[in-house]
Design a protein around this ligand. Sequence first.
Ligand code: URA
Length: 435
Amino acid sequence: MRTVDLIRRKRDGGSLTPAEIQELVQGIGTGAVPDYQWSALLMAIFWRGLNRSETAALTSAMMHSGQVLNFSDIPGPKIDKHSTGGVGDKTSLILAPIAAACGVFVPMVSGRGLGHTGGTLDKLESISGFKLRLPVPRMKEVLRECGLVLVGQTNDIAPADRTLYSLRDATATVESIPLITSSILSKKLAEGIDGLVLDVKTGDGAFLPRLEDARELAQTITEICRELGTPVLTLLTRMDQPLGNAVGNALELAECVECLRGGGPPDLVALSVELAAEMVLLAKLAPSLDDARFQALRALDDGSALERFRRVVEAQGGDVGVIDDTSKLPSAPVRVEIQATHSGYVTQVAAREIGLVCMMLGAGRERVDSIIDHSVGVILQRKLGDSVTTGDSLATVHASRALEANEPLLSRLRAAFTIEAKPVDPPHLIIERMG
Ligand code: URA
């Protein structure tokens, strides 16, 4: 069948067979299907969608377009977590050491931040010397020794996704549930994991802000993952305000260490513990979610999760001194307080806007090749539901240069906080659990 006929069939609402999809994906690597034909196909998929069998076939073909890691020689369950991302979402660096301390092996392959959302790799790069690229044999050694390994994606993992993602970016076809599903799962399933915990976020700071879109994505990813033979557990969670108090790479890393030391903001600790507990349960290392939660909390209390983090930082060449003294992390020279202009209760903390302000400060990337400043960001002093009086600090900006001339940026940050007379209850973070 000619590619143009497959594009026409999809354009007209028909479906493609797994073999046809496989050939189309293989054609990316061989050049048999040029970018202009894939671009047309992506637009046809955007409008017509893909059924479950097509989505599973696309995911599998993309996953097998590159290397699929195999950790079967490490005895024990290999489980990872994926989040669709948000502002201040730093749970990976807390839950991976917790899960490892509970006996799970966590081969975590993470990405970088783009736009208003941050990325785990950027946070880890705040630790001087930390190596994010390890050859597979060394990855295995670190995973075996530490119970976790924290690396970046290599060019060999799901290369078809890289091509398709850049075509989607250029053809306005990113916001398609089957295309997002295959993109996320092709990379995660190439990690050679036995199970996956998903955190699909919804709300102002999320990749898909509308609840119905996020729920559809959560359901689709859960079904496709299961169809491809990998056990999965999905939480649908709120991203209406930043998670925790810190936004910005080194600031977030310091907050993770604080959590691993037994402190930290309650929302961040609660979600990290919940996701880690789901990993422990999926790994069949606990008879119930309650028991898994108990194990996760104990790993925080007895310092074993912190110890795992220390081990992995050392094994990957990072300066472990920053764990004992987070003031050794990159630190911005300028601090500016944002104060409340009137009294009341915080009823909104606009996550996306705060993420964008941090990006403009230099903490995030406007484009994939932007250079970032690990030291800058924002620390929130008030969150949803808190009471404030005039003059109270709402947030502190950490900047690399004086901001007096940048009143628009400070005003945007101030406007990200809505203060009203009537109190609101902070919303429950977890909206739904899909087992
Ligand atoms: N994250 C991905 O990896 N792919 C998408 O398509 C969207 C979010």
